[in-house]
Design a protein around this ligand. Structure first.
Ligand code: ADP
Length: 241
């Protein structure tokens, strides 16, 4: 279980998150909000990728400030652009990286890698160049590389944004069948239909916390309130969606 107590976070002297307190216990939680509202910042606080300026983030009682390494083993994080998360030349090597320094034998590592690639539809790509995979396959690889480490909680920052509908469905079906708690950041509200809880972030605060069905109005309101119209040449403001 992740608990945030009076968490604030900013960059430089610019505050971004204001006094957030939450207990995240549900199995499937969606996090939505306008661009720049602070969703990614909130997500990155959940596994200690960044630390609160004040307040506390606890994962099963472990403080991200003091026990960051243990927290990062519990909470897997999938970045929005799978391409940047893929760091090794081949598919199998990329999945192997996360298993380093875990005291596993070579055989055990190889078996886990083979198993996870099969589970996420990448068995035929074991020795292929990772950068040559399709967008959907890269996203599955990024997911596989995190899931192979068996995190208890998975935070996914917009994992379906760059994907076509078929791949969105594949990734969402995968997320739905995982035994882990999943916290999903997305702009695709329809993917959250059967989620247990949706949080809408607006200007660094949680402006709605409830069921997916009721989140939509608050999402639209938060976008209207928080959008920075940049204006196009014709003078029509363009909403920052
Ligand atoms: P969202 O995920 O909702 O789009 P973010 O959490 O990424 O929002 O960003 C919230 C605000 O913090 C934005 O104004 C963004 O420009 C700023 N921000 C995010 N990351 C950084 C960073 N590493 N350094 C400085 N400012 C940042």
């Amino acid at each position: 279980m992740i608990e945030l107590a009076n968490v604030t976070h900013g960059y430089g002297d610019r505050p971004v998150l204001h006094d957030i307190s939450l207990r995240l216990t549900e199995r499937r939680i969606g996090l939505i909000g306008a661009n720049g509202s602070g969703k990614s910042t909130l997500a990155r606080l959940l596994n200690g990728l960044i630390l609160p300026d004040s307040g506390q983030v606890l994962v099963d009682g472990l403080d991200t400030m003091k026990q960051g390494r243990a927290v990062r083993r519990k909470v897997g994080f999938v970045f929005p652009d799978a391409g940047t998360q893929i760091i090794m030349p081949t598919v199998a090597e990329d999945v192997t990286v996360g298993l380093r320094n875990r005291g596993l034998s070579k055989e055990e590592v190889a078996a886990r890698v083979t198993d996870v690639l099969a589970r996420y539809g990448l068995a035929d790509h074991h020795d292929h160049a990772a950068h040559l995979l399709s967008g959907g396959q890269k996203q599955m690889l990024a997911l596989a590389a995190v899931l192979v480490t068996e995190p208890e909680i998975l935070v996914c920052d917009e994992p379906t944004t760059l994907l076509d509908r078929r791949n969105v469905r594949t990734v969402m079906e995968t997320l739905r069948t995982l035994p882990q708690q999943v916290i999903l950041l997305t702009h695709q509200l329809e993917t959250l239909d059967d989620f247990d809880r949706v949080l809408v972030v607006g200007e660094g605060r949680v402006v709605f916390d409830g069921s997916p069905g009721n989140a939509i109005d608050h999402y639209i309101e938060s976008i209207d309130a928080g959008a920075v119209p940049v204006g196009d040449q014709a003078g029509e403001p363009i909403r920052d969606l």
